[in-house]
Design a protein around this ligand. Structure first.
Ligand code: ATP
Length: 361
């Protein structure tokens, strides 16, 4: 059967004893796609990767690469290469030897391997680094050597297991962009696992959010952020306000939610039960110095600034709000009368019903 995807997982389950580390997972990755699997520690990401790479066998289900089943195919016979968090470079070899190693193992002649390694080093911005010891490189350069060593083998699929995890924050920010650009330049299919939502959002074409062995939602970064399908996705991807309450009325997708204080808020949601949880992104919270300025919003409340969290470009406010047992988080405007607001100042907050996503708790 013709296939248009580089990777297909079909109802893949992996059990350790009675525990399903990966539970009935199905997805496809298109050629040239940057696909991330995002989830908290212990959700099953590594187990999933190890099955794709061939280090583990699924308990049930099928794994196909370019339409060919990989079940029973040993790791070294799969058209897949993996980049680990530790990078696993060989410290006794220089940069060029590290990159050429996989080629010589596959029977490519020494001179050809060296030439291809040098070409690859040039493409990842490390021209002239071949003779250097890997121990004499910066963290970012080592990262590029690991990618070069992987890509020189021209795999159908590159698996990356938290490759930026060991880097400091500043370098991680830089490498996120660099890795995305390298992937786009080579047009190689990447499957990337991470617990860091900002990494996944910046780099991925699509993200699968994983929780307790299952995929909760698969979508583009924007889809996940603006239209989370589950409470887990809403709270795991991006900053959000979160309130618990009871549904007091619901019709045509519009929901009235009563908070424990008795305050009623308006949101949107489907298939709800009485007990519910609601999410509002901080940037969706409108702020004003007077109530009338928010009169078009169905949700309007009075509050007082309890904290100003200055973070350079994107500062936020925490607002103790009447009727809410936790402060409302909002983005601090960069300009206008509220830009210089201080702790203790009175303020009004509001949001649309669309901005408040309500789910069964
Ligand atoms: P982390 O981000 O911390 O690496 P993860 O999402 O990659 O976590 P996995 O390492 O895949 O999670 O583990 C998923 C679950 O399966 C965990 O509960 C883990 O304890 C369990 N598990 C993983 N490998 C084994 C094994 N070989 N034997 C038994 N249980 C295992």
């Amino acid at each position: 059967m013709a296939t248009t995807s580089d990777l297909d997982l079909v109802n893949v389950t992996k059990r350790f004893g009675s525990h399903a580390a990966v539970d009935d997972v199905t997805f496809s990755v298109a050629p040239g796609e940057f696909f991330s699997i995002l989830g908290p520690s212990g959700c099953g990401k590594t187990t999933l990767m190890r099955m794709i790479a061939g280090f583990e066998n699924p308990t049930s289900g099928d794994i196909r690469i370019r339409g060919k089943s990989m079940v029973g195919v040993p790791a070294n016979r799969r058209p897949v290469n993996m980049v680990f968090q530790s990078l696993a470079l060989f410290p006794m070899m220089n940069v060029g030897e590290n990159v050429a190693y996989g080629l010589t193992c596959r029977g490519v002649s020494r001179s050809e391997a060296e030439e291809r390694a040098n070409r690859m080093l040039e493409r990842v911005g490390l021209k002239g680094f071949g003779e250097r010891r890997v121990t004499a490189l910066s963290g970012g350069q080592r990262q590029r050597v690991a990618i070069a060593r992987c890509l020189v083998l021209e795999p159908t699929l590159v698996l990356l297991d938290e490759p930026l995890g060991a880097l400091d924050l500043k370098l991680r920010e830089h490498m996120k962009i660099e890795l995305k650009q390298l992937q786009a330049t080579f047009n190689t299919t990447f499957a990337y696992i991470t617990h860091d939502q900002s990494e996944a959002l910046v780099m991925s074409d699509r993200i699968a959010v994983m929780n307790q062995g299952r995929f909760e939602q698969v979508g583009s970064p924007r889809e996940l952020y603006h239209n989370p399908a589950t409470p887990f996705v809403a709270s795991f991807v991006g900053e959000t306000n979160r309130w618990q309450g009871e549904v007091v009325s619901s019709s045509g997708g519009t929901v009235a939610l009563q908070l424990p204080s008795g305050t009623v808020t308006q949101g949107t949601g489907h298939a709800l039960q009485k007990s519910a949880v609601a999410f509002v992104r901080p940037e969706a919270v409108a702020l004003a110095q007077s109530q009338p300025a928010l009169r078009d919003l169905p949700n309007r409340f009075e509050g007082r600034v309890s904290a100003v969290l200055f973070d350079g470009a994107n500062s936020s406010l925490l607002i103790d709000t009447l009727g809410f047992d936790q402060p409302v988080r909002a983005v601090l405007p960069q300009a206008g009368p509220l830009a210089g607001i201080e702790v203790g100042a009175p303020i009004h907050v509001g949001w649309t019903a669309d901005a408040m996503k309500v789910f069964a708790a």
